[in-house]
Design a protein around this ligand. Structure first.
Ligand SMILES: [Zn+2]
Length: 421
């Protein structure tokens, strides 16, 4: 290539990288989702305030709102307070646009909810787990969806989509549960199974990411763009929020904090490896320690609380005993907190994260767990606590509400893509 022609080619090169149609579509979807979220959060809200809140130009807000109105998801209502000129028209969500079926499989029992298009919970139902493995989980999910579909009939609105909050490693792009050890699932194509059965869009997301986003929009992490949500229940998962978005990793399976190794050669984990954080710090590890204390007569209080049946001990009972001064229960919680601190110090340093929200079943122990966690973080850290530990604010229905919100957002993306292909 001669100097002349290479000069010409560099002159003809655009100043900025060329945007492809796909990039522009993705940007539009992101903006539509951000706008809808802002309407949900701050309704009733004026166009001017929406522009300030989302950083979108007023002309873009008008154009995108028009699209959301055509989808029936938002509507205009009354007039707001004028700051001198014309009274601004206010925008509100339209709850009547449709319904979302939302399932949460992360608790001790499965829970389903029916939400309107403004993300208000209309009905919730619980269903105990009767077994695990592909067939049992398929049956349970079908049963919950059938029950919620029956409930939906009374509202006379279309069901827009199904969303599921699920523990384990999930490929959110394909809806395949890659690995959920506690559920005995591996490479389980849940989205495909549900789409085939119900003919609706299905969205499946990692439970800790769902909880993180719910806390960001409705709870303890409002306005935070960098934080970690740690879910300590039967397993330990984490939702990593970076720049206001869930960090998913290359294949959508990020956040498996529970299977990072903190005790090499330690107890066997459900994943088949030894010494995972989950095996030494999650609820089953706490309960196993407490059961031994009750069964061997070390802790009279734990024995009394479970009515002489150590297998009936719960995290709440351990918390109750610790609160009443039972040193064995306090030690068990502190040991779990110590291991979690080890996992957290590494993760927060790696991602430069200053805030960690702790939720899940462990929330029942409150400061009995969080205080030793903070102490250990100081020990492992630089003699001061440079990571703020915040208890989760949303409980019971936060997963349902979070997955419903994400599912509605996904439904917008799907609709835009379908209209343009
Ligand atoms: Zn493991």
């Amino acid at each position: 290539m001669t100097g002349k022609s290479s000069r010409r080619s560099s002159l003809s090169r655009p100043k900025h990288p060329r945007w492809t149609g796909q990039d522009l579509q993705a940007l539009r979807i992101t903006n539509l989702q951000a706008l809808l979220t802002a309407v949900w959060e701050h309704s009733p809200i004026s166009r001017v305030d929406l522009s300030t809140m989302t950083g979108l130009a007023p002309s873009s807000v008008t154009r995108l709102l028009q699209e959301l109105m055509e989808m029936g998801l938002v509507q205009e209502t009354g007039k707001g307070v004028s700051s001198g000129g014309r009274q601004p028209v206010l925008v509100v969500p339209n709850p009547n646009a449709g319904l979302v079926i939302s399932l949460d499989l992360s608790g001790p029992q499965a829970r389903g909810g029916l939400f309107d298009a403004a993300n208000n919970l209309l009905v919730s139902i619980d269903q105990p787990f009767t077994g695990f493995g592909p067939q049992a989980i398929r049956d349970l999910v079908f049963e919950l969806i059938h029950r919620l579909r029956a409930e939906a009939a009374q509202f006379n609105r279309p069901i827009l989509a199904i969303g599921i909050s699920q523990p384990g490693q999930i490929d959110t792009h394909t809806g395949v549960i890659y690995e959920a050890s506690n559920f005995r699932l591996r490479n389980f194509p849940l989205r495909q199974i549900l789409t085939d059965e119900f003919g609706l869009p299905v969205y499946i997301e990692h439970d800790a990411s769902v909880a993180a986003l719910a806390e960001k929009y409705y709870g303890a992490a409002r306005n935070l763009d960098y934080f970690l949500y740690v879910l300590v229940s039967t397993g330990i998962g984490s939702g990593i929020i970076i720049g206001g978005q869930v960090y998913r990793g290359e294949t959508g399976k990020s956040g498996e904090l529970g299977h990072t190794i903190v005790n090499p050669g330690g107890p066997l984990c459900v994943c088949g490896k030894r010494g995972c954080l989950e095996a030494v710090a999650a609820a089953p590890a706490i309960l196993s320690g407490a059961r031994k204390m009750a069964a061997f007569g070390r802790s009279d209080l734990l024995y009394e609380l479970c009515g002489g049946s150590p297998e009936k001990l719960t995290i709440e009972m351990v918390a109750q005993a610790a609160r009443a001064g039972d040193v064995f229960s306090q030690d068990i919680l502190a040991r779990s907190a110590e291991y979690l601190a080890l996992g957290l110090i590494n993760l927060t340093r790696l991602f430069d994260i200053r805030r960690v929200i702790v939720g899940g079943e462990i929330s029942e122990t409150g400061e009995l767990f969080l205080d030793p966690l903070r102490e250990k973080l100081i020990d492992y850290g630089r003699d001061r606590l440079d990571v703020e530990i915040i208890p989760a604010r949303l409980q019971q229905n936060s997963f349902l509400r979070g997955i419903s919100m994400l599912t509605l957002q996904e439904a917008i993306g799907l609709r835009v893509k379908n209209l343009e292909t």
